[in-house]
Design a protein around this ligand. Structure first.
Ligand SMILES: Nc1ncnc2c1[nH]c(=O)n2[C@H]1C[C@H](O)[C@@H](COP(=O)(O)OP(=O)(O)OP(=O)(O)O)O1
Length: 174
């Protein structure tokens, strides 16, 4: 699973990654487990299915930001989240570097509702639309769905769509 090449340590010192969040809700159904994805309607990543999240605001903890973005984008209130990973994404030849903190909503309530930014939909976990998601998702989502925690880095090609190099490994956030 782990590949070589890019490492966080290799990032230029002057490029501090921007912190962002990503939260996933899951549920059990008679047809099997499902995960809540949202279709991004505007801005960065428009047209992709993803979890819910965004930028951490000044003075805000990452966990609070994760819960806020889930509520703003999907109308879902998470009362308990668990950190499951962090991933660094490098785009535009190091012009755009983000550190995305991934959470699973362990306890949550509310009916997912469309917002101006995201249109939510439950997907069976064995039938995710990877062709309509970020290219990195196919690498780490199997770990997420298996209940594992992880960290990694993905360096995108100049097209900002396909991955040039990456590494990914299991990690603990206890
Ligand atoms: N490559 C990749 N894989 C998986 N998830 C993501 C990426 N790149 C990403 O940006 N993301 C995630 C991280 C965030 O959850 C969103 C992007 O958030 P964004 O919409 O830019 O942030 P907001 O704070 O909502 O934006 P504004 O509303 O402030 O403009 O996608």
């Amino acid at each position: 699973m782990t590949q070589d090449h890019g490492t966080v340590a290799a990032l230029p010192q002057e490029k501090q990654p921007q912190d962002l969040t990503l939260v996933f809700c899951r549920r059990r159904t008679a047809d099997g487990p499902e995960i809540l994805l949202g279709l991004k309607k505007k801005g960065f990543g428009t047209g992709k299915w993803n979890g819910f999240g965004g930028k951490v605001e000044a003075g805000e903890s990452i966990e609070v930001a994760a819960k806020r973005e889930l509520l703003e984008e999907a109308g879902v209130t998470a009362t308990k989240v668990a950190k499951r990973g962090h991933l660094t994404f490098v785009l535009d030849s190091y012009e755009h570097i983000m550190k995305v903190h991934l959470y699973e909503a362990v306890e949550w309530h509310g009916e997912p509702t469309e917002s101006d930014e995201m249109a939510p939909r439950w997907y069976r976990e064995d039938a995710l639309p990877f062709e309509l998601m970020w290219a990195d998702d196919a690498h780490w989502m199997p770990l997420f769905l298996a209940g594992k925690s992880f960290e990694g880095e993905f360096i995108f090609k100049p097209d900002s769509v396909s991955i040039d190099t990456h590494w990914l490994r299991e990690a603990s956030f206890e």
